[in-house]
Ligand binder design. Structure first.
Ligand code: F3S
Length: 294
């Protein structure tokens, strides 16, 4: 009998769910043009739905019509963004995740105290760029212990991109200790991320086939995939239902499902339902459906 195990923590995190609800409500109420600066989340299924509701994606607040509505996504924006928005009389729907907004406050205060801010994360990620924008774009951004060892400044204040792996943050801190730097820190890794990573790992250890659901552009989903692959080599990325590896599903009896924080519930349910249908067709047995739902 096939068993499908859904990772305990999977799918939309709190910040993403809030952002989408705010965006949908704003789109329903808005009479003029409405934009989001960058894709609201890294998931095509969701952004296509929002586009159908009239939300246009722009890359800068300068592209929005003066006086129009602009959604600030959960990744947050730098201070400069708000200054431009004010000058252009944009109506902001601020969906910055409160956990990200807290990092903005932390780095702004650290900068005011004369500390050198260090962000452990990906310099190209919009969240990191937004955080940097609250300390005058003066942060040192590191993504590895090797980067940390190159830092020449002292009196550092270290924060993390919310979605990085705890092990990377710990390695960077150890590297800073080894160089003898003076530093203080706030571990700003979001629990939603670490919970998803941990439960993905635990699920991957128990199964023959692991499916990681989400968009290939989503960094947190890609990280789940990497973690899963370490513990279950038979791991597949499923961006939409067409990617479901049906032959593997047929062969395996214990199948795990994990999903990134930007993966909509509809995809998770569709994948699970599809596997259940196939299981029923092929084995003529009932699935343990109780294990399927969160
Ligand atoms: Fe916020 Fe954490 Fe999600 S920072 S956007 S709740 S991954």
């Amino acid at each position: 009998m096939k068993e499908i195990i859904r990772a305990d923590h999977s799918g939309f995190c709190f910040g993403v769910r809030e952002a989408i609800e705010k965006a949908e409500k704003a789109a329903d109420q808005c009479r003029g043009s409405i934009y989001s600066c960058g894709s609201l989340i890294h998931n095509k299924l969701v952004t296509e739905k929002l586009a159908r509701k009239g939300i246009q994606v722009i890359q800068s607040p300068l592209e929005a019509e003066a006086g129009s509505t602009v959604i600030v996504r959960s990744h947050g924006e730098g201070k400069n963004f708000y200054e431009i928005a004010e000058k252009r009389r944009l109506k902001l729907v601020d969906a910055t995740c409160p956990f990200v907004a807290r990092i903005h406050d932390l780095v702004r205060t650290a900068k005011e105290k004369g500390k050198q801010v260090v962000i452990v994360g990906d310099e190209n990620h919009p969240e990191v760029q937004g955080i940097n924008g609250w300390c005058g774009d003066s942060a040192i951004i590191v993504s590895s212990p090797q980067d940390a060892k190159q830092i020449t400044e002292d009196d550092l204040f270290v924060v993390a991109q919310t979605t990085i792996r705890s092990s990377v943050f710990d390695q960077v801190l150890r590297a800073l200790e080894e160089t003898g730097k003076t530093f203080s820190l706030t571990n700003t890794i979001c629990h939603a991320t670490s919970n998803r990573q941990k439960s993905c790992m635990e699920t991957a250890k128990k199964v023959e086939l692991m499916l990681v659901l989400g968009d290939t552009q989503s960094s947190n989903t890609k990280k789940l995939y990497d973690i899963s692959k370490k513990y279950c080599t038979n791991t597949h990325f499923v961006e939409n239902i067409k990617d479901l590896p049906l032959k593997e599903v047929e062969k395996c009896n214990r199948i795990g499902v994990a999903a990134g924080a930007s993966t909509p519930e509809c995809l998770i349910k569709e994948v699970i339902a599809n596997m259940s249908e196939n299981t029923l067709e092929n084995n003529n047995e009932m699935n343990s459906m109780d294990a399927l739902m969160d």
